[in-house]
Design a protein around this ligand. Structure first.
Ligand code: C5P
Length: 235
């Protein structure tokens, strides 16, 4: 699904009618949209299979499930969660293994491979003080371990561009190419262009798109910015 080089992933933290309206509005933007991110707001209300089914009736974008946050439990539960998610028709599943440890992370990646969905791992959150209860090098250790397990897609903050550079460099030292999906654009202070210049390949955008009067025009505007930033990026 990440055959795309660059793109926007709208975060649909809205009700199902609004989510379908946005999917309908952007469904023609094949170059700009790399996938749709769904999460707890939609799925706790309507159920994962229904949400995925409704979106796939409207458009054919990959659907990324961010349980906000999954992969925090014992390995056995995480394996079962991946199966449920895959059976619902999801294409990629985001894990946040901070605090769960490497056995849980391994179970997550193995289960995603078994059920043929793309594993995506959160390295670091966007909000201040997120790491108050974590060791200082938690993100770096999660990245190294995940790369060793075969993960190539990571979530890291658009509003901390220096961290994006660091993660890309760690992967480079291991002779691997990783894709970074970056939330934190707009209300959380990050710029889509500065994130892409620093190494983001995809920007995850919630409020800036779903609160816009014309979500389609906003997607096109953001894509223009990231496209220019990508062209001037030095790998
Ligand atoms: O509205 P906004 O663009 O700030 O939404 C950001 C989206 O990205 C939300 O769905 C949030 O859960 C998610 N996210 C984040 N920071 C992370 C990981 C995910 O904001 N590190």
């Amino acid at each position: 699904m990440f055959n795309y080089q660059l793109g926007i992933i709208p975060a649909l933290d809205v009700d199902i009618q609004k989510a379908k309206k946005i999917a309908e509005a952007v469904k023609g933007l094949k170059k700009e949209i790399a996938g749709l991110k769904i999460g707890s707001i939609l799925c706790w209300q309507h159920g994962l299979p229904k949400v995925v089914g409704e979106l796939k009736k409207v458009c054919d974008f990959p659907v990324i499930f961010d349980a906000q946050k999954a992969c925090t439990d014992i390995p056995d539960i995480v394996r079962k969660q991946a199966k449920v998610v895959a059976n619902a028709g999801v294409d990629a599943f985001i894990a946040a293994p901070q605090g769960a440890g490497s056995a849980t992370l391994t179970a997550f990646v193995d289960a995603c491979k078994e059920y043929q969905i793309v594993p995506i791992v959160v390295l670091e959150m966007t909000h201040p003080e997120f790491s108050a209860f974590l060791s200082r090098d938690a993100a770096e250790r999660i990245l190294e371990k995940s790369i060793d397990l075969g993960v190539r897609s990571f979530v890291a903050p658009a509003n901390k561009p220096e961290r994006l550079k660091l993660y890309k460099n760690i992967a480079k030292k291991k002779r691997e190419v990783i894709k970074i999906l970056s939330p934190g654009v707009g209300p959380q202070g990050g710029g889509p262009d500065t994130a892409v210049e620093a190494g983001a390949d995809f920007v995850i955008v919630g409020r800036a798109i779903y609160k816009a009067g014309e979500p389609k025009e906003e997607v096109k505007r953001i894509y223009d910015l990231i496209d220019k930033a990508y062209s001037s990026r030095k790998e």
